[in-house]
Design a protein around this ligand. Structure first.
Ligand code: AKB
Length: 326
């Protein structure tokens, strides 16, 4: 296993919720011109477009990926392009195509071109109803009941296989629900934990699509970005795991989140009308044991529920006042 550094980075799914902020953080760290942002069809924001290179690609069309890898002399890929859990249940075939065939394209190109590193995100969706829901262990039952979860388990196994079989340095994290103020998530089960902020500021009310007592693991974006980059920069000799790190920030119920927002916006009212996403949430863990991440690469989150809510409301509030959000 080589210990090559990341120098010329490709981010797929760079217009998405995590990809957009990850790209900006990587540009700050590795230089704007060294981080190529790519998307499939959504137009990038001006910030993303003007701060460094941007190209449209489709990860299920290998030739479009290979072209940008060659044109930009890429040695590292953060594969953030994905179909999330709720859309994955509506379109299972698309979910498989993007999350598995797309990932295979990325791993094969990375192997053939002897790249330094590849980041492959997994998710708490890799777990299922047979998994212990409290303090979910690192090594446990992986029997997801969604297509998204199936692709996440297969992605972890595939990444670990490429590491062992071909010596490709593939790394990955099981992301919880990610809460952020820059780009809205799309098509996930944990999206309510972001939408609630926009609606609380704009309309002082929100209809939540999971029950009030639904507890899920969540994380604030600054922690998510820091953890992702820290894992990728960790010395490979310290890692016993590779593509399947449990990764925890905080856990709270939808009702606890609404109550915390209400402390800042007393008029805010949240009502609960569970839809089909409730059944997905009910198969996922409530709290996560991330000892392996802490021990192997020093993971330590900074935000808890009160500090995350304060920061989110401050950031979104400023964007509304500045007319940046409609
Ligand atoms: C989703 O809800 O599908 C994602 C995830 C937890 O992976 N946010």
């Amino acid at each position: 296993m080589s210990k090559r550094q990341m120098k010329r980075i490709l981010v797929t799914g760079a217009v998405g919720q995590i990809g957009s902020e990850l790209t900006m953080a990587l540009r700050e760290r590795y230089g704007n011109d060294n981080v190529l942002a790519t998307g499939r069809k959504t137009k990038p924001t001006e910030t993303l477009r003007n701060s460094g290179p941007f190209e449209f690609i489709d990860i299920v069309k290998p030739e479009t990926v290979e072209k940008v890898i060659d044109d930009y002399d890429i040695d590292t890929i953060f594969n953030m392009a994905a179909i999330l859990s709720a859309v994955g249940e509506e379109k299972p075939s698309l979910c498989w195509d993007v999350n598995i065939n797309g990932l295979y394209t990325i791993l094969e190109l990375a192997r053939k071109k002897e790249m330094a590193k590849v980041f492959v995100p997994s998710s708490i969706a890799a777990f299922g109803p047979e998994t212990p829901r409290e303090n979910t262990p690192q090594e446990t039952v992986l029997k997801p009941k969604t297509m998204y979860g199936v692709t996440k388990v297969a992605g972890e196994l595939l990444g670990n296989y490429y590491f062992k079989r071909f010596g490709l340095d593939v790394r990955g994290i099981r992301y919880p629900g990610i809460i952020s103020s820059e780009t809205l998530p799309g098509g996930g089960t944990t999206d309510y934990a972001v939408e609630i902020f926009y609606e609380a500021i704009k309309h002082k009310k929100y209809t939540c699509f999971v029950r009030e007592d639904t507890v899920l693991p969540m994380m604030y974006m600054p922690d998510c970005i820091k953890g992702t980059i820290d894992l990728m920069e960790a010395d490979v000799s310290m890692l016993k795991h590779h593509c399947d790190f449990n990764f925890a920030g905080m856990s709270f119920s939808a009702g606890e989140l609404a109550a915390e927002i209400k402390k800042h916006i007393p008029e805010f009212n949240c009502i609960y009308k569970p839809d089909s996403r409730q059944a997905i949430a009910d198969t996922w863990p409530q709290t996560i044991d991330d000892t392996a991440a802490r021990e192997e690469w020093g993971w330590q989150p900074s935000y808890d529920l009160p500090s995350m809510v304060t920061d989110m409301l401050e950031k979104l509030g400023k964007r509304y006042e500045g007319g940046l959000l409609a």
